[in-house]
Write a protein that binds this ligand. Sequence first.
Ligand SMILES: [Zn+2]
Length: 302
Amino acid sequence: MKPLLITDSIYLLHDIKEHPESKERLLAIEKELLPIKDSFLFQKPRPASKEDIFLVHTPKYYHYVQQVCDENGYFTPDTACMEHTFLAAKYAAGAGLCAIDAIKEKKALNAFCIIRPPGHHATKEQAMGFCYFNNIAIAARYAQEKGFKKVFIIDFDVHHGNGTQDIFYYDDSVFYFSTHEAFIFPGTGDPNERGIGKGEGFTFNYPLMPNSTDNELLEAYYEKLPPLIKNFNPDIILVSAGYDLHESDPLGSLDITYEGIQKMVKQIIALKEDKPIVFFLEGGYEPKALAKNVKNTLLALI
Ligand SMILES: [Zn+2]
């Protein structure tokens, strides 16, 4: 079965001038994938409905995002919006839902949502870190509604996915596993953040020191991740695929190579065994490197 690719030119409409989270990121990916496009099933996303977004965010927050976007305003100094941001964000959240539906209908087993704006920093009621709606969290709740009761989230973006962690911190039905660089935005992701209440033990953080190399990253994926997935026994795996862990990235300072990322991705795919997996594009701010890393991930999925 061919992997499913979900993307749309609607994501180019969200366009904040002089911003690292630029439309050039998706244009570079599109160009890089052209020679291998026959290896995939393509689908356009639907926009997430209000009800889908309310699976994670509050109605009050939803209307607040809409209002700030209408006014071309700011949520935080680095997270601005413009007239099309709200629409693009709804389609970014909708891509994962289409992937879940396709998997449920047995049209695909693996999917990659090439989307923007990203989502993993958005909490229930706060846009930040270039994120407005938490795409992967909404997809996790939607997957649970469709019968994938236990969801394992892997987040390899260089930044800790504080929003995703926060949303599931008290929850034992969604496991959150993150590798990220220590001491950078958003400042969370310490190993002693492990969940609270019945969620205790269902969050696993593995911060890496600045300038960490492939070996240090891969230790998390070869040594720590396998028993966590085995014990949790998920019905589906969702991945926050942020490629800003690559050595070329202007927003991170890890020394991870293309080969290191490829080994990590292959290990994730090996560990999922026969379970479905959906990748969600998060960060990655050097467009050429981002495009090559996305292509490598897709080649590993074929
Ligand atoms: Zn990032």
